[in-house]
Design a protein. Structure first.
Length: 64
């Protein structure tokens, strides 16, 4: 839960910065957000979540 909330917050911040800097307009940003929202309700959501969890686990295992 903590990882997904952090990712959502990070992506929201990036989206706001991109809209404010003019890199992306509000229309395409809304379409991208809606695409993500509807993608989360498909059968692919579990596979995507497992993939992101494995990436987070791999990053967490890296020792500096």
């Amino acid at each position: 839960m903590a990882i997904s909330l952090s990712v959502v917050l990070l992506l929201a911040i990036i989206l706001v910065v991109m809209i404010r800097s003019g890199s992306i307009k509000a229309g395409p940003a809304i379409v991208a957000a809606l695409f993500g929202f509807f993608l989360a309700s498909t059968g692919m959501a579990d596979d995507i979540q497992r993939f992101l969890n494995s990436i987070a686990s791999t990053i967490n295992q890296i020792s500096f």
